[in-house]
Design a binder for this molecule. Structure first.
Ligand code: SAM
Length: 226
């Protein structure tokens, strides 16, 4: 389901994100860097890399030696490849078609794993977390950026209204694919966030989860340590 949706919207994905988040999505992805583990020569894996924005942010950081970006959608990866070449990062970023729920990498291969707005789309969340845990080195970080619901009754109401009504409308206007953005809206409203999601991450074996709320709680970075 989600692969077809992402293939269909790939060409307009970046511009629609920008419009829907009022341009904030770019800064949110950059904040991932604040949670990198210590050390240099880091090997990073960006799960559900999409059009490679996070892979590019990681590769531009001098502490990161190499980045692998994986995604199931060839349509998204085609745009990712063009962006990586344009950014002059072809020698530092490797992009692969792969399923985050069944990674082909050996245990303890990476110092840092990232996933931005992708974990919500995994068909089996616990399997995705278990795979992330397996390929991460001990002491490594799993950094998750995902939508969340802001606290406060009024903020919740405005946020819910925006998700239910505006997101499918704006998405339809910019991409012609209403169902894709209705899907986005549904998955954001259904996905766990805050304490509940931090608990789920810990259930997968991670022993500390730091949380950083962005834009009044409409997005959250979870940085978990193995
Ligand atoms: C909303 S996009 C996020 C893309 C990018 N990380 C970003 O920051 O914009 C979600 C991505 O997750 C990918 N995806 C969903 N399930 C996946 C899985 N099991 N393995 C790999 N990629 C997956 C989709 O193909 C899509 O490109």
């Amino acid at each position: 389901m989600s692969t077809e949706i992402f293939n269909a919207i790939a060409a307009r994905y970046d511009v629609t994100n920008y419009a829907l988040s009022f341009g904030m999505d770019i800064g949110w992805r950059r904040r991932i860097i604040d949670h990198l583990p210590g050390g240099n020569e880091l090997a990073a894996l960006d799960l559900a890399t999409g059009t490679a924005d996070v892979a590019i942010v990681l590769a531009r950081d001098p502490r990161v030696r190499r980045v692998v970006g994986i995604d199931m959608s060839e349509g998204m990866l085609n745009f990712a490849r063009a962006k990586v070449l344009k950014a002059g990062l072809g020698s530092k970023i490797e992009l692969m078609t792969a399923d985050a729920l069944a990674l082909a990498f050996p245990d303890e291969s990476f110092d840092v794993l990232t996933v931005a707005f992708g974990i919500r789309n995994f068909s089996d969340l616990m399997k995705g977390l278990a795979e992330a845990y397996r390929v991460l080195k001990p002491g490594g970080r799993f950094i998750i950026l995902e939508f969340s619901t802001p606290p406060g009754i009024i903020q919740k109401f405005v946020h819910g209204f925006y998700l239910k009504n505006m997101v499918p409308f704006i998405g339809m206007t910019l991409t012609g694919k209403k169902e894709a953005y209705a899907y986005l809206s549904r998955t954001v409203r259904a996905f766990p966030f805050g304490d509940r999601f931090a608990r789920i991450i810990r259930q997968a074996g991670f022993n500390r989860v730091e949380r950083c709320e962005l834009a009044m709680g409409t997005a959250t970075i979870y940085a978990a340590i193995k």
